[in-house]
Design a protein. Structure first.
Length: 209
């Protein structure tokens, strides 16, 4: 009976095991999920570089790591040392904020581990940039002294009245003074973070002069 299969009462049909998927041995063990760390810290100023370390966590079958920044394309690769580690240094660009790093470990048979993710932060090369403006004329004030407390940072505005400062996130008081004539003064409290902030500081006639 070529076209049919008859089973005796009470008998059991046992299926044979499915064949292994192409390119992978049946029961093959995947590489361990790698660790991602930042030996020199996980924060860097815009335009700088950051060191990234991949670790196969003792899995000596790992021969390389595939990784990518900001997406999961894994389009970069670095060979692993005999101890299952590798390090790279990358340019972080000028986009501030948090940036994810994705990586997988690859063994000598080309098998991929589960994906890992690490995160580092790019801070603005300057947090605060602005312009000192004469509130009576609406013109920029060249030569005004801009002071940020409690950081104790002091700069002098240029020909276009602009200034820029780089400080840690926090609550600050921004003060501007101009000797004149006429003498001008202005002050404003600001909450700064790692993002770039533009602020116009208006200077008014100094009543104490």
């Amino acid at each position: 009976m070529a076209a049919s299969l008859l089973l005796a009462a009470g008998s059991t049909l046992v299926a044979s095991p499915a064949s292994a998927a192409p390119g992978r041995q049946a029961g093959a063990k995947l590489p361990l999920q790698p660790s991602i760390s930042f030996p020199n810290g996980d924060s860097v100023a815009a335009g700088g570089q950051i060191a990234i370390r991949f670790d196969a966590n003792g899995d000596t079958t790992v021969t390389r790591f595939r990784y990518s920044l900001d997406d999961t394309n894994l389009d970069s690769e670095v060979p692993a040392a005999p101890d299952g580690t590798a390090s790279v240094t990358i340019d972080v660009g000028n986009v501030s904020g948090e940036h994810p790093v994705y990586a997988v470990a690859v063994d000598r048979h080309g098998r991929l581990s589960p994906m890992s993710q690490g995160t580092f932060t790019v801070s603005a090369a300057w947090n605060l940039k602005g312009q000192a403006i004469d509130a009576t004329t609406w013109l920029p004030v060249e030569g005004a002294t801009i002071r940020l407390e409690p950081a104790g940072i002091e700069v002098v505005t240029g020909p276009d009245g602009t200034f820029q400062l780089a400080v840690d996130p926090g609550l600050y008081t921004l003060t501007g003074t101009y000797a004149g004539p006429p003498s001008l003064y202005g002050s404003q409290q600001l909450q700064l973070d790692n993002q770039e902030t533009w602020f116009d500081l208006y200077l008014f006639p100094d009543s104490g002069s």
